[in-house]
Design a protein around this ligand. Structure first.
Ligand code: TRH
Length: 357
């Protein structure tokens, strides 16, 4: 099967991250020829080893990476996946409509745990002017959605990493015996309150910050040095290395969509810094996700949701939430693993999408 994936990078790394993960799974696990059309290969190159954004088209891990504009003069493959509702070039849309047999045209949507998603998943949407349907495919966390992307060897790799975990942390000058928190969040996250909570708790802790959190936390450290807080600073790593940071940690602060999914699959307790939207739409999404995990978290759910709301909405009680978080960690760890088992039972999004096709 031949597959085209279209990626319109809006901001940050999530758009490229989701598209690259899907392209790699189709190419490496299924052996399908995949073309990835992207309008910002520079961003993709930050999380993809071996990609020179100035030398397109190029082949990386079996995926043909093209500049978006190349689509204007290309023929569609058998399956065309546009992501997050990005509009394809008009000339390409016309070619999809005219081709025989007609390619299957999928719009892979954003991940949401809201109820309405189940009603829309896999529905056709007729093109307003061309004689062709586009099908909505929703990632999700319930049986009536497309599930999440899970590589076939993910858990084997995680298990194998366990014996390298200590060395991994030591390579960042961290003591592997200490409680370790991974921090990948938006610049607007309540890092000052979090830092204060860590200082007040007074227990020794490792922080593994990424992106904006690195500078913000370093500045807080300069202003209020604290002997109990150790930093393991690292640069951007290829996506294939990203999970190691999650696997090495005891609690995770993650954001957006792809790192949020990876945190769930790691089976570690996590705090989701959700992508901020107007009219607090993101809080509704957070609460909808909370309702999905509530049965799995049981007694520790209140702490999970209070912590997540204080991270995304009001940070007033973050110190108290952090205290409870640390106290209930064993319960939450168990819950996170049950939740991961549930996600695995839904099957991988790539397989579900192929079955649908
Ligand atoms: O970067 P994000 O915030 O991405 C997004 C975007 O804002 C996007 O517009 C929005 O649609 C989406 O969120 C909901 O967070 P996310 O989704 O977690 O993506 C980060 C990606 O970057 C993920 O694939 C992991 C990858 N990554 C690496 O590969 N190496 C690294 O060192 C880091 C820090 C990240």
């Amino acid at each position: 099967m031949t597959i085209d994936i279209f990626c319109d990078v809006i901001d940050n790394f999530g758009d490229a991250g989701v598209c690259w993960r899907l392209a790699s799974i189709f190419s490496c696990e299924h052996g399908f020829p995949v073309k990835l059309y992207i309008n910002d290969a520079e961003t993709l190159s930050k999380i993809t080893a071996g990609l020179d954004p100035k030398k397109l088209p190029c082949l990386v891990q079996g995926v043909e990476i093209h500049d978006w504009k190349d689509a204007e003069t290309s023929e569609p493959s058998q399956v065309v996946i546009e992501t997050f509702g990005c509009r394809l070039p008009i000339a390409f849309e016309h070619k999809i409509a005219a081709a025989r047999p007609q390619p299957i045209w999928i719009n892979l949507e954003y991940l949401s745990a809201e109820d309405w998603v189940e009603g829309y998943h896999s529905l056709p949407s007729p093109h307003p002017s061309l004689n062709v349907n586009k099908y909505y495919f929703f990632p999700g966390v319930t049986k009536k959605t497309g599930g999440l992307m899970i590589e076939k060897d993910l858990f084997i790799r995680q298990e194998r990493f366990a014996k390298d975990r200590n060395k991994f942390l030591e390579s960042f000058n961290l003591d592997p015996a200490l409680f370790t928190v991974f921090v990948f969040c938006y610049p607007g996250a309540p890092l000052a309150e979090f830092y204060k909570a860590l200082r007040q708790r007074g227990k020794e802790i490792n922080l593994l910050p990424k992106g904006a959190a690195t500078d913000i936390l370093s500045k807080l450290y300069e202003e209020h040095p604290s002997r109990n807080i150790q930093f393991g600073v690292s640069k951007m790593v290829p996506q294939s290395e990203f999970d190691k940071f999650l696997w090495a940690s005891d609690s995770l602060i993650i954001r957006g969509e792809d790192s949020f999914v990876r945190a769930q699959l790691s089976g570690k307790p996590f705090i989701w810094n959700i992508y901020p939207q107007t009219e607090e739409t993101h809080i509704k999404k957070l609460e909808a996700f909370g309702e999905r995990i509530r049965p799995y978290y049981g007694e520790s759910y209140q702490t999970w949701i209070d912590m997540n709301l204080s991270w995304n909405k009001s940070s007033r009680d973050l110190t108290c939430c952090w205290e409870r978080w640390c106290h209930e960690l064993p319960l939450m760890k168990e819950a996170a693993q049950h939740w991961r088992d549930h996600l695995v039972s839904l099957g991988s999004l790539a397989d579900n999408l192929l079955s649908f096709v």
